[in-house]
Design a protein around this ligand. Structure first.
Ligand SMILES: C[S@@+](CC[C@H](N)C(=O)[O-])C[C@H]1O[C@@H](n2cnc3c(N)ncnc32)[C@H](O)[C@@H]1O
Length: 239
């Protein structure tokens, strides 16, 4: 990532920020894919893909959960394993991350045939696009764990927590549904506090500074802790 990438330099204020574009920044492809990764994307991903035509009636289990930016998939897989009654749609744009999750699910040679979790589907695309396709009040839980911080103010429009996207998140969540957000970046932490403090669709509790029970750890979080950064963990409840 270059010096202007999501991990760079500082500051934030929600005032005078342009609306988020329907455009992705950051990487969607890293190093060249290995043959096994190509098969995972061509074959296994197709078996798990959440299809656009299902977006009008998206729930296939008693609860519908969504994770935005699952990274290597540690959290998504742990949640899917411990909550069989929740159908989780996990979104990620970075191909190597998608391969990482798929590689944990199927052994080599089992890409087309190995059993897959019945409560997990993948959206290998921008999570904002998925949200816009969904009907009102259909989601029980939304996870946004360690989103790219885009710490420079001129990149604030790229942040997922954004005054223009909060109404869209509120629209798809059921009353009483929860939105979990975690961040280790001080600029993003201040930004979340400001953005969520200025809206009325969610009730806002004080963030925890230790990972709460029932929040499986992620790879990014482990790196942040190792580097001495201090994550905050919020739960926003849809009114
Ligand atoms: C800093 S990483 C954190 C990954 C993971 N949640 C973790 O904690 O290890 C943020 C991830 O969000 C993904 N991402 C960013 N914007 C996204 C979007 N609009 N839709 C889906 N994924 C997105 C990036 O590709 C990246 O893998």
């Amino acid at each position: 990532m270059g010096k202007d990438g999501p991990g760079a330099g500082a500051e934030g204020s929600t005032r005078a920020v342009k609306p988020p574009p329907d455009r992705l920044y950051g990487r969607s492809r890293g190093h060249k894919l290995r043959p096994r990764q190509e098969v995972l994307l061509d074959v296994t991903l197709e078996r798990l893909r959440f299809r656009t035509e299902d977006a009008g009636a998206p729930a296939w289990l008693p609860e519908l959960w969504i994770e935005i930016g699952f990274g290597g998939g540690e959290h998504a897989l742990a949640q899917a394993t411990t909550h069989p009654n929740a159908g989780l749609i996990a979104c990620e744009v970075f191909e190597n991350g998608i391969c990482s999750l798929l590689a944990r699910l199927v052994p080599e040679g089992g890409e087309a045939t190995a059993p897959l979790p019945a409560n997990l589907k993948l959206w290998p695309d921008d999570g904002r696009v998925l949200l816009r396709l969904l009907p009102d009040t259909c989601v029980d839980r939304l996870f946004l764990l360690f989103p790219d911080p885009w710490p420079k103010m001129r990149h604030a429009k790229r942040r997922f927590v954004h005054p223009d996207l909060v109404p869209e998140v509120a629209r798809v969540l059921k009353p009483g549904a929860t939105w979990r957000v975690a961040s280790d970046d001080p600029t993003y932490q201040a930004w979340v506090t400001e953005v969520m403090g200025a809206q009325t669709a969610f009730s806002v509790a004080e963030p925890a500074v230790q990972r709460p029970e029932g929040w499986p750890a992620t790879r990014y979080e482990a790196k942040a802790l190792q580097a001495g950064r201090r994550p905050m963990y919020w739960v926003f409840t849809r009114r």
